[in-house]
Design a protein around this ligand. Sequence first.
Ligand code: 5GP
Length: 237
Amino acid sequence: MIKGNLLYEGKAKTVYETDNPNELLVYFKDDATAGNGEKHGLIPGKGVINNKISAFFFKQLKDRGIKSHFIETVGEREMLVKRLDMIKLEIVVRNIVAGSLVKRLGLPEGTPLNVPVIEYDYKSDELGDPMLNRWHIMAIDVATIDELNQIEHIALTTNTILREILKAKNVDLIDFKLEFGRDISGDGEVLLADEISPDNCRFWDTQTHEKLDKDRFRQDLGGVEEAYQEILHRLTL
Ligand code: 5GP
């Protein structure tokens, strides 16, 4: 595999072309942003840890029938992935009230939800990633109803699998954000993409409710690097 041209530079990851037109190289950075880019910082070692945690989860999901863009880990901070036609949505799945849902529902952080909640945010920096519903998404051709049904099925199954894996490690999965893309080198099937890490999941210690995720950075709680290390340690040891 030969690293080719830079294709996209994101806040936490950089994506390169490779000598295979159907495969891309994702490089995980230590950069961290919060509050729509207003807060910027570095979490030393984060890229290495998120590469490992994401690979771990993608492999576990594959073993349980959930396909993703992940092909293999190719470096400390690099994974090889399938090139997808990305769907311009962030899919948030929630089990416990936290983050933006505290304000939206007026409920205290930590309130359990009777059923998992799925939310869609439109990936648009210009508009500030507004929340959409299924009707908006179909009306402006962001995704079809068939794709949304596939996305919701994969998102809810992923939630069940991740909760079970994490529960055994004394970690509660509060909420998380997924992204999806169409497999254009195949039949257009919707596949899980992006990453699964403390950057885009909320992880709480089951007993103490200590936050072991990016909220430590967002809320200036300290011990950010240690929290990421702790999640990797619990998952892989
Ligand atoms: P909230 O809407 O409460 O801020 O976020 C819900 C969940 O989705 C959290 O686990 C959060 O980490 C994740 N999330 C939402 N938006 C983003 C985003 O733009 N980037 C990342 N990395 N995660 C996000």
